[in-house]
Design a protein around this ligand. Structure first.
Ligand code: AMP
Ligand code: MG
Length: 271
């Protein structure tokens, strides 16, 4: 079984997040060192893929990352997304919307950040916040966020129809692991910048967030834009599993070197 098959939320199914062990390592037998060695190989493959994707100028790749606070999105970007040449890759973080963003529909700022042909986009948080934090903190009425699942599916199908491959990763950490990571941040002055007073508030709403994640993953995992649940308590497994799925996706996208019209075979560069 591929990592994609093992970790994908099957379209139409509801993931059991409470029953998913965040410290599990499905699909991998080996230790941390073996995983790191494999990651190195995968990053090489991903770098080669990106060069072809860029040269081909026909398809795009959109990687969506969602997690609770301290779920490891930043670490994952540092460890895995660095496989890609920064020329051709854009990481976009989505925070609390600005006044101008709030004057538009929730997909406005997201659509503007989608990758063009030949490019890779990484979303650090995404339009899913509009059915996650927005739902849990009741920032809009239920009648508004309930409509958004269908709107998200329609939006993603437009991107897919325009040859944007979409893969969405939910980094699943346990409550204990989050507590440890938060505590580490608080104990280290160099990590205080990462701390936000809202973090405790969202931790206190753990069950509500889990319910909101469950609905988002159940309602918006589609054939053209699947969700993957990545057990993320072990950072080495998290990085490996995401890299494996990206490599499987890359092989399936299979970009080709563009045809060159001229015959270059006889050309010798003069002194
Ligand atoms: P961070 O990822 O730590 O920089 O935090 C970004 C913050 O922005 C998080 O607390 C998110 O929940 C919040 N955020 C992102 N998108 C939205 C949104 N659409 N509405 C309200 N808050 C959001
Ligand atoms: Mg934060």
């Amino acid at each position: 079984m591929t990592f994609s098959d093992l970790l994908r939320v099957a379209p139409g199914s509801t993931p059991d997040l409470a029953g998913t062990d965040a410290a599990a390592t499905p699909g991998f037998v080996g230790d941390k060192d073996a995983a790191r060695a494999r990651l190195k190989e995968l990053k090489k493959e991903l770098a080669e893929f990106q060069e072809k994707l860029w040269a081909e100028q026909g398809q795009s790749l959109l990687i969506v990352l969602q997690a609770l606070d301290a779920g490891g999105k930043d670490g994952l970007i540092r460890k895995v997304a660095t496989a890609f040449n920064p020329q051709g890759t854009r990481v976009t973080g989505f925070g609390v919307p600005t006044d101008e963003e709030l004057r538009h529909d929730f997909l406005w700022r997201v659509h503007a950040a989608t990758p063009g042909k030949g490019r890779i986009g990484v979303f650090n948080r995404s339009h899913y916040e509009d059915v996650l934090v927005v739902r849990v903190l009741e920032l809009v009425p239920e009648s508004v966020w309930q409509e958004r699942y269908d709107q998200i599916n329609a939006f993603e199908s437009i991107l897919a129809a325009n040859r944007t491959r979409i893969v969405k990763f939910y980094l699943h950490v346990s409550r204990d692991e989050q507590r440890e990571r938060f505590q580490k941040r608080l104990d280290n002055p160099e990590k205080h910048w990462k701390w936000s007073s809202g973090d405790l508030e969202t931790r206190a709403r753990w069950d509500d967030f889990r319910a909101a994640y469950t609905d988002a993953l159940a309602r918006c995992s589609t054939d053209h834009a699947p969700w993957f649940v990545i057990p993320a308590d072990r950072k080495w497994y998290r990085d490996l599993a995401v890299a494996e799925i990206l490599a499987e996706t890359a092989r399936d996208m299979d970009p080709h070197w563009p045809e060159v019209e001229e015959d270059l075979s006889g050309i010798v560069i003069p002194d």
